[in-house]
Design a protein around this ligand. Structure first.
Ligand SMILES: [Zn+2]
Length: 104
């Protein structure tokens, strides 16, 4: 089985399985209100930091957003840190939208 975001979205694998297979750790921290979360790569692990003050729904969406950056390999270039900030859309949002549209 492929551990890709599409498999997670259509329920073939759980979030925990996905995270484990991709060496990814999720941390919930106090962040400024408009920063939903960010991702960085450090010593073979991806760390996704989520703002613990945003709603559960926004947390889920932000995790998906950061996983999309991971899957699109945006962090393999020299981008060491990628933020999800309120109101800003980027390629990761487009990717998640595209996956959701193709679920069924
Ligand atoms: Zn982004």
């Amino acid at each position: 089985m492929l551990y890709v975001l599409f498999s997670l979205l259509n329920g073939e694998i759980s979030q925990d399985e996905y995270l484990k297979a991709n060496n990814t750790v999720i941390l919930k921290k106090e962040l400024p209100r408009r920063i939903y979360g960010f991702i960085f790569f450090y010593k073979d692990y991806y760390y996704i930091v989520i703002n613990k003050f945003i709603s559960y729904y926004k947390q889920k969406k932000t995790i998906l957003h950061e996983l999309a950056h991971m899957e699109l390999r945006h962090l393999d270039k020299k981008t060491l840190l990628e933020f999800k900030i309120e109101g800003l859309e980027d390629e990761a949002d487009e990717y998640v939208k595209h996956l959701l549209e193709n679920l069924n």
